[in-house]
Design a protein around this ligand. Structure first.
Ligand code: NAP
Length: 262
């Protein structure tokens, strides 16, 4: 391996990934595995084996741990269980997320609570529990680091969106949480960054893609001239998980076909 390949290599490392069953999280999990990492997949249940099988076919290990990001009790036992099994987590990727759309004046409280729990509180809980574990490890990763946290934010970390106030609030929170954790942990060898995807063609955006007027309006504003695809996130996640980004922390990296520059 030449030195640039070494900078991006995740060989010998283990990543804990939420949201890896499909969409952006699946592509990111496979990218981490392609870069050499073994993957611990956090799923609601083990019925979806697609990502696990794809990781194994790359020659990496994949283990499914079941937990529901919408359930604080379920999350509270997740990291202790993983650590009791002997895993050492060096990368945390928080990609699980949900969307709920209603006009703000009639937004149901239950949907507000659900979105804030999955998109923000679960991210905090896993950052806290995995961060504590990373801090307790010797700084033996390449570059004398202890770990890397990558959260998935959104363009709605910066913008308000339309009929998605809970999502915008949660993703604004993810960006601020990322910076807050970076301030405490960057000096201890743990980088904390976020990736803010633009408009990506996944199930989460089915309602937008099925609305011809909104879909056309969105497309017209993307300088790259196309919606994003899950594969567009492979490079960014490997960069932020690896030694290549060792001096990058507290950053929210937009991967949006140029949207935010417009
Ligand atoms: N698509 C976009 O344009 C876009 C833009 C900006 C940000 N993002 C963010 O990118 C991330 C991935 O989005 P995506 O478009 O790939 O979404 P997606 O295709 O809808 O996938 C969502 C993922 O989250 C998991 N998940 C949701 N609720 C869960 C729960 N309670 N417990 C465990 N897992 C749960 C899903 O698991 P199941 O398969 O079990 O449902 C799935 O793996 C999200 O954080 C999203 O907010 C997306």
């Amino acid at each position: 391996m030449n030195s640039i390949q070494q900078l991006f290599s995740l060989e010998g490392q283990t990543a804990l990934v939420t949201g890896g069953t499909r969409g952006i999280g699946q592509a990111m999990a496979l990218a981490l595995a392609e870069a050499g990492a073994d993957i611990l997949l956090v799923q609601r249940d083990a019925s979806n084996q697609t990502t696990k099988t794809a990781i194994e076919s790359l020659g990496r290990k994949a283990t499914i741990y079941t937990a529901d990001l919408s359930s604080p009790p379920s999350l509270s036992t997740l990291v202790p269980t993983i650590l009791a099994d002997g895993h050492r987590i060096s990368i945390l990727l928080n990609c699980g997320g949900i969307q709920r759309r209603h006009p703000a004046h009639e937004f149901p409280s239950a949907d507000w609570d659900a979105v804030l729990q999955v998109n923000l509180s679960a991210v905090f809980t896993l950052c806290r529990d995995v961060g504590a574990h990373m801090l307790a490890q010797p700084a033996r990763l390449p570059g004398a680091r202890r770990g890397a946290v990558v959260n998935v934010a959104s363009l709605l970390s910066f913008q308000g969106g339309i009929t998605v106030p809970a999502y915008a609030a949660s993703k604004g929170g993810v960006a601020q949480l990322t910076k807050a954790l970076s301030n405490e942990w960057a000096g201890k060898g743990i980088s904390v960054n976020a990736i803010a995807p633009g408009y990506v063609a996944t199930e989460m955006n089915a309602a937008l893609m099925e609305d011809p007027e909104r879909a056309a309006g969105i497309l017209a504003r993307i300088p790259a001239g196309r919606w994003g695809a899950p594969e567009d996130f492979k490079g960014a996640v490997v960069y932020l998980a690896s030694q290549a980004s060792a001096y990058v922390s507290g950053e929210v990296l937009t991967v949006d076909g140029g949207w935010m520059g417009r």
